[in-house]
Ligand binder design. Sequence first.
Ligand code: GLA
Length: 379
Amino acid sequence: MGLAVVAACARAAPSTRPEPAAVRAPDRTLKAVFAGSFLVGAAVNQDQFTEQDQRGAALVKAQFNTITSENVLKWERVHPRLGQYDFALPDKYVQFGKRNGMFVIGHTLVWHQQTPRWVFEDASGAPVSRDTLLARLRDHIQTVVGRYRGRVKGWDVVNEAVDEDGTLRKTPWLTILGQEYIVRAFEFAHEADPAAELYYNDYSVENAPKRNGVIALIRKLQAAGVPVAAVGLQGHNKMTWPTVAQQDSTLAAFAALGVKVNITELDIDVLPAATRSQTAEVTLSAAPAAGLNPYAGGLPDSVQQALARRYADLFGVYMKYPDVIERVTFWGVTDGDSWLNGWPVRGRTSYPLLFDRAGLPKPAFDAVIRMARPEPPVP
Ligand code: GLA
């Protein structure tokens, strides 16, 4: 049992004084308290799923019932060179999930980032033909999905194909294959594992122009008979964006399409914005500047409390849609693991998750737990 869980249980120990319902609850794990509503998960790194990071692994096992591969199933890692796959780490990732009875997610099959250049080029560096790229896509998806058939339960088939303005993003996939690449990717994945859930995953879908683009895309997939089980809202949130109203209307809009929604990469950035953009585009970078890393020595209590309230507000919206949301997955386990320590400014100290750098639950953890079992109103 991880330190954090021990600490959490310690607080729940019986006492002679009456305690509020949430504190008396016998089980203070995320997976248990939300069991009636949705799965709760985390993106895991290799130290966690190989259990080299014992504390991290224990926390994952105690708190979560679904995991997502942070990096090891991205194309550049699993298929670094033409004809050469590397399944050593992905195999361990999938085994960790199976051993612990978790719903295992594969992330991600088609993306414009973390995909090697060779995929789009011939030996002389010229763009490959449509047929060549389609054959490479098919080989990649069928090899990777086929290997984990029946064990990886859901795949982010296409990641981030829509731009901020709602048009399809101008990637080599689109340029060489045309918009049909999205349908084909889903078809290849479905052939490789007909029982796996297939997802479209993206960020900033809460902004109307992008949301409309994703809705149009999902409608097109549905019209083409593509088995898209859910839309993944990444949920790389800020303290004031998206608003509760934006989150709510986004969930309602996808519910109306008849697809499920997963919150797939949840975190909340408390640091000052380094750019004016709301994007989660991984190549964005900004120079360190005065004032951009204000909490290097620790997070002030006022900000801890504000983060807890913000998490409670977002979970309040999620809890309105228990029949639509199947899974809420955090992008990382502890604050120390988060990509937000390095993006978009390197070397910052970020606090976006529910567990602190020592693996201990933050006030935001308690706030989220309370949203699962709201205390009865005082009579
Ligand atoms: C995107 C991707 C993830 C990850 C995050 C940042 O959201 O989908 O795989 O790279 O960016 O870490």
